[in-house]
Design a protein around this ligand. Structure first.
Ligand SMILES: O=c1ccn([C@H]2C[C@H](O)[C@@H](COP(=O)(O)OP(=O)(O)OP(=O)(O)O)O2)c(=O)[nH]1
Ligand SMILES: [Mg+2]
Length: 149
């Protein structure tokens, strides 16, 4: 398994370090490092600290913050930025933009799992400037060009 440097910014998080729930888990749950419950009214977005920082260091990797499916589907708790992207050179506090897109207030409790972190491979690229592309079967067709259903 790849190892990534992690700083515990808030000592309370030492007891709640992100871990894979099962052997096959892709995501590491991120918890709300808050002192008191936060009520998210319908439509509200709050930037919630995780109390952690990571430094991925290798530009061939990044991390993505994704919603938890249960919170998103049942309670409308998703992310204000839809997906959070953590650069490999980022060393600041890991923050989660929690958005209540639902119709009921949602109370986020201290240390509650609010989102998940997925580490993914990244291919950085350089561009070759061209006037014409080589032919492809799709060409410029997109946005439904192959039809519906
Ligand atoms: O949900 C998120 C998204 C981002 N970040 C941190 C890590 C990331 O590396 C940095 C910058 O994110 P991004 O590039 O998506 O934001 P930006 O608005 O382009 O800011 P910047 O100008 O700092 O790149 O913010 C988080 O902690 N949580
Ligand atoms: Mg950026």
């Amino acid at each position: 398994m790849r190892r990534i440097a992690l700083k515990v910014l808030d000592p309370r998080m030492s007891d709640y370090l992100p871990a894979y729930a099962t052997r096959g888990s892709a995501g590491l749950d991120l918890r709300a490092c808050i002192d008191a419950p936060v009520t998210l009214e319908p439509g509200a977005t709050e930037l919630i600290p995780t109390g952690l920082a990571i430094h991925i260091a290798d530009p061939a990797y990044a991390a993505m913050i994704l919603p938890r499916s249960g919170l998103g589907h049942k309670h409308g708790i998703v992310l204000g930025n839809l997906v959070g992207l953590i650069d490999s050179d980022y060393q600041g506090p890991l923050m989660v933009s929690v958005w209540n897109r639902g119709s009921e207030p949602f109370v986020l409790n201290p240390m509650e799992r609010m989102a998940q972190l997925v580490v993914v491979p990244v291919q950085q690229v350089e561009f070759d400037i061209v006037k014409e592309f080589e032919n492809s079967s799709r060409g410029t067709g997109g946005f439904g060009s192959t039809g519906r259903g």
